[in-house]
Design a binder for this molecule. Structure first.
Ligand code: 8X3
Length: 248
């Protein structure tokens, strides 16, 4: 059975992806919240083998140590889902909190680089593998008050394109997935726990659910080996761009 490593697996798209892949992959679930990962492991262990790694992707040493700590039977990763990522705040650049801006670069960009650097040495000798990067419509269309979040997701888009170029003769595929509005903890984190602000983002239309993205990821990684889905943008029906959503 193939092995998939998922970052940010304790909630949202990462958690839903673990559930979607549990039928035909062994899972390495990565995240910061051990209790949530243990809960998910319990839910999935009747279906597949699960190994948990707790680390913060923005911590370089923790990331490399955690992945290095995998038992030898788990040191063969076929699919890497770079899902860990957050938005912190939604404010004009001149007013935004610098710590928030740094966190988005540290998690969404540097974290993805660390995890990919740590996992690739396991894929290269196999001459096969698949890296799926979770970007966002924010990486394609910058919106007001989201400058650094959008920049971090633009970086993910560019890293996906660059990796596809650099890995073209290695047998490793790269897919970039850019969701629009998905109802997860994303907005609760962005608005620092303000649930009414977060709920308002998804009011007046039917947003995507984490499972919709997870099902797409399952389709992408289960496609025939010669098929490389390069870049997928997914909106709810009511959305037409990063800022145009038909609300009623
Ligand atoms: C999440 C979607 O539109 O809030 O990346 O940036 S959006």
């Amino acid at each position: 059975m193939k092995t998939a490593l998922i970052t940010g697996a304790s909630s949202g798209i990462g958690r839903a992806t673990a559930i979607a892949l549990a039928n035909n992959y062994r899972l390495i679930l990565c995240g910061r919240r051990l209790d949530k990962l243990e809960e998910l492991k319990k839910e999935l262990q009747a279906k597949t083998e699960v190994h948990i790694l707790t680390f913060d992707v923005s911590d370089k040493q923790q990331t490399f140590d955690a992945i290095e700590s995998l038992p030898s039977t788990w040191k063969q990763v076929d699919v890497l889902i770079n899902n860990a990522g957050n938005a912190h705040g939604l404010a004009p650049f001149q007013e935004a909190n610098l710590t928030d801006l740094e966190a988005m670069i540290d998690i969404n960009v540097k974290g993805l680089i660390y995890v990919t650097k740590a996992v690739l040495p396991m894929m290269l000798p196999q001459h096969s593998g698949h890296i799926v990067n979770l970007s966002s419509i924010a990486g394609k269309e910058t919106y007001q008050n989201g400058t650094v979040y959008c920049a971090s997701k633009s970086a993910v888009e560019t890293i996906s394109k660059g990796l596809r170029l650099d890995l073209v003769n290695t047998g490793i595929k790269v897919t970039n997935i850019a969701p629009g509005a998905v109802e997860t903890e994303f907005s609760i984190v962005r608005f620092k726990g303000d649930k009414s602000k977060a709920d308002n983002v998804y009011r007046g239309y039917t947003p995507l659910q984490a499972s919709d993205i997870a099902n797409t990821i399952a389709y992408v990684v289960n496609a025939p080996d010669y098929v490389q889905l390069a870049d997928i943008t997914i909106f709810p029906k009511a959305q037409a761009s990063s800022t145009v959503i038909n609300k009623n």
